[in-house]
Design a protein around this ligand. Structure first.
Ligand code: KG4
Ligand code: ZN
Length: 336
């Protein structure tokens, strides 16, 4: 790692956020995000609308990232882009834009795996985790426990067999009439309530997750209560949110603890959009204190989707000269 003054432009468009960032020698100079409020009224991301919005946002977002960083496109050494996993139509916009820019500027193109990038968000700010560490990556589309042996060496030890943790928050929110994405709303309401209701935790493989059963049991619980009291949700909203959140956090914490013991790794990290959850952050820190494990939690701006993390991941690929070819295609199911 002897090179310096390496400027990378990173682009992220895997779901409903259009983001661009400029990274210099592994440090994020700018990280601009255009959120798409259009999906809130539909209770989830509408793929066709997402790709149209990316198309509209990408040029202004890239220009904003360059100008905020005070970097001209002629100074760039490479363009990094999310190749997957994500929504095909959304990925196409970012990948095609990055390909054209790399061709036009005659600089390397670097492809990045979105899930690896969530893990790499830990290298945006010091202190960096020491290798090897385990990362619990919890987002709207994925829930994984990843063994991270090096910047470019990751192995998935366990993952969800159905819904992701973020989906459990979002689908619960939909049932309760909350806007999308419901995770941050449930988080806020849970702080004002008590976990009075209990929901069963799934019995799945040692390091795997399942959240679809939880969704069903919440649905039946709410239906049953509404029969007896039509205003049940209204008058118990904070308590329902606290109870659901408590169950999700309990499931996640138990699994990362099992993984750390099984692999004898005393360094654990949290990543992905759900890592913004206040109860999860507290429980994770508490777990570390009780077991004397080192815990790493990213700053809020690097939890949910952002191009900063794509640039960090891209920077380490660039140092290894892991360049992508102009023939790459977006891969909605790209694996770690
Ligand atoms: O990583 P991310 O931004 O996008 C994906 O790659 O999926 O994660 C988005 C997910 C959504 O499901 C959202 O509800 C959830 O992260 N989320 C939260 C919180 N903030 C975002 N879930 C619980 N508590 C939060 N504070
Ligand atoms: Zn994500």
């Amino acid at each position: 790692m002897t090179q310096s003054n390496i400027f990378i432009l990173a682009i992220e468009s895997s779901c409903d956020d259009t983001s661009a960032a400029v990274i210099k020698d592994g440090t994020v100079l700018s990280n601009c995000i255009a959120n798409q409020d259009v999906h809130a009224q539909y209770g989830g991301v509408v793929p066709e609308l997402a790709s149209r919005m990316h198309d509209k946002n990408i040029v202004p977002v890239v220009n904003a990232a360059l100008s905020k960083a005070g970097v001209k496109k002629e100074q760039l050494n490479a363009v990094a882009v999310t190749r997957g996993p994500g929504l095909l139509g959304s990925l196409i916009v970012g990948v095609n834009f990055a390909k054209s820019l790399s061709l036009g500027l005659q600089i390397p193109l670097v492809e990045v795996n979105h899930m690896e990038a969530h893990v790499m968000a830990h290298f945006a700010e010091q202190p960096y985790p020491e290798f090897p560490f385990l990362c619990l990556t919890v987002s709207g589309g994925h829930t994984q426990i990843v063994k991270v042996s090096d910047y470019n060496n990751m192995e998935v030890l366990g993952s969800t067999i159905d819904d992701a943790a973020g989906e459990a928050f979002d689908k619960t929110g939909k049932m309760l009439g909350l806007p999308y994405p419901a995770g941050p709303v449930i988080d806020k309401k849970a702080r004002e309530g008590d976990a009075l209701f209990s929901f069963p935790e799934p019995q799945v493989g040692e390091l795997d997750f399942s959240f679809s059963g939880l969704k069903t049991s919440i649905l039946y619980f709410v239906k049953k209560q509404l029969k007896a009291d039509a205003s049940f949700v209204e008058s118990n909203l904070n308590n329902i949110c606290a109870s659901v959140q408590n169950t999700i956090v309990s499931i996640l914490i138990k699994k990362i603890a099992i993984a750390a013991e099984k692999y004898n790794i005393q360094s654990i990290a949290l990543a992905g959009g759900v890592s913004a959850n206040s109860q999860l952050r507290e429980a994770f820190t508490e777990l570390g204190k009780t077991r004397r494990w080192k815990t790493y939690i990213p700053q809020f701006q690097y939890c949910t989707d952002n191009a900063g993390m794509i640039g960090i991941s891209g920077y380490y690929h660039y140092l290894n000269e892991k360049y992508a070819d102009q023939s790459i295609e977006p891969d909605p199911r790209l694996k770690i």
